[in-house]
Design a binder for this molecule. Structure first.
Ligand SMILES: Nc1ncnc2c1ncn2[C@@H]1O[C@H](COP(=O)(O)OP(=O)(O)O)[C@@H](O)[C@H]1O
Ligand SMILES: [Mg+2]
Length: 239
């Protein structure tokens, strides 16, 4: 069988409290306990669960932002917990995140064109014409026209802002996107359009998605299969 794009094995995570408990020990808050699942190339995997069950924490572990116990494999390669900067760059080319509040993800004083160009500039694409070509290609992928490049975040609707965030995430054409409540702050029609955009991106780019949401309807609409997170464990989602 083909190697899965993402394989999470025996993953556990606990937040360490800042304060000492009554016995002089740091308080520990276990959140994830022995999580196992896989996502195949081009698959949309839904993750549902009540608020506070650790869905975002799981997403952050996969994005390499937290130090966990257990193993995460991407393309069969084990990702070290608490990655070094060089390893983070390699991971970032394959896995990217899109989050709940597009307004908070975009720098309010810069134009959309600048924001979409910045990751290219930072990763050594020094030719201006090449950067512009790649930004235009990305804008077309996320269904925005070139006029948006001159605008700042306060001149965009929330749906357009989320499209720009998805565009930024797609800059290096990752194979997996972790979409953490990516439609939860949008109104119903903008949310539905973003769900359709994710489906189109899967068709066009073969993109896989870990679609995290407390909204069962949205997950049922988009995902091929999925799981429910409850009390730190993944269970069948029972849909
Ligand atoms: N940085 C943190 N430090 C301590 N506890 C945290 C931190 N972030 C989240 N938590 C706690 O971990 C649990 C899981 O949070 P989270 O992953 O955000 O859940 P969800 O995304 O499912 O709503 C919650 O009880 C939350 O309060
Ligand atoms: Mg969350």
């Amino acid at each position: 069988m083909a190697v899965p794009l993402l394989s999470v094995q025996k993953l556990s995570f606990a937040y360490m409290g800042r304060h000492l408990g009554p016995l002089g020990k740091r308080t520990v808050k276990p959140v994830l306990n022995d999580i196992n699942f896989e996502i195949q190339e081009g698959e949309i995997f839904g993750l549902v669960g009540e608020s506070g069950t650790g869905k975002s924490t799981l997403g952050k572990c996969i994005l390499g932002l937290l130090e966990y116990k257990g193993d995460i494999f991407i393309d069969g390669i084990r990702q070290g917990s608490g990655r070094k900067a060089g390893q983070r760059k390699l991971l970032a080319a394959k896995v990217q995140g899109v989050f709940q509040d597009p307004g908070a993800s975009l720098n309010p004083v810069m134009s959309m064109g600048w924001l979409l160009e910045e990751p290219l500039r930072a990763c050594g694409v020094h030719n201006k014409a090449e950067r512009e070509r790649r930004v235009d290609e990305t804008l077309e992928l996320v269904g925005l026209d070139g006029s948006i490049k001159k605008r700042r975040a306060d001149e965009l609707s929330s749906g357009q802002k989320q499209r720009v965030c998805i565009g930024c995430a797609l800059t290096f054409r990752p194979r997996l996107i972790i979409a953490d409540e990516a439609v939860s702050s949008l109104d119903v029609s903008a949310g539905a359009q973003i769900l359709n955009l994710f489906s189109e991106l899967r068709e066009k780019l073969g993109l896989a998605l870990l679609f995290i949401s407390h909204n069962l309807g949205a997950v049922q609409y988009l995902a091929d299969r999925g799981a429910r997170l409850a009390a730190g464990k993944l269970t069948d989602w029972g849909l």
